[in-house]
Design a protein around this ligand. Sequence first.
Ligand SMILES: [Zn+2]
Length: 285
Amino acid sequence: MNNILKSIKSLVFNSNFFIFLVSFTAVATIALWYSTQQTQLSSTAENLGTEKKPNTSNSQNDNMNQISPESMKEEKVDHQESSHQETIENSENYSAIIQNSPQNQKDVNSLLLKNTRYGHFQFAEVPRERLMNMGKYYHRTEYLDKEAGIAFQRMKHDAQSQGVKLVLISGFRSIASQRELFTKQIQRRGSERAAAKLSAPPGHSEHHTGYAIDIGDGTKPQFDLKYDFEYTQAYQWLNAKAGNYGFELSFPRNNPQGVSFEPWHWRYIGSERASGIFAQTRSLQ
Ligand SMILES: [Zn+2]
């Protein structure tokens, strides 16, 4: 027994063993810390990639009293867009995704949504020479890509002849002005993720393309950009007829992107160029 104690003592006090013990403990602690960090990072990435659908009825009620996203005041803040380049590259692989990988629609959805920011795809700004002046909404002059603009004028004319007054509230929007809207939305909603339910992050709005359009009912301006627009004559008419003019609702209820229902927001898909731009988001079902 004494011998055993002696040998333990000599081991502990032997300086080489002591140094070994200290180094081993330090290395083990660092390794443990590192693996914890990795786990946290990967679970965050997963959460970002698999945005859950919102509870539509709750989020609608919640939003009834909110100031509409598009009528907010301007505010400047630096916005992080670190994932942009990566997203562009991923977007270009879209056809490869569609052709090669998917076993089913669910796989397509999750692959496509991986390239989004909180469910919003990336869109480039339309070249300015494609824009046409669509007149004013209050003090603001609105523009659309000429393809969408001509189609909207025709649709508006036909609606008018059937007693329905369509109003163009908002058309083309630059990335800079979307940044201001989105920043304000983050301040209202508390986080980027919550803001993205109601508004697209800069660089990710369909309005950048010149093909997206927010439509109001001229007889019910109080419902402009409000959920109650759903109950206007204009919405009912659009729901039945907009498809004939190349327009479709971008964010219907329970859309796979997880964006709140926006009865006022329509996109033009009536040309090859337009449908190409929206191909990814339209592949979601
Ligand atoms: Zn819109």
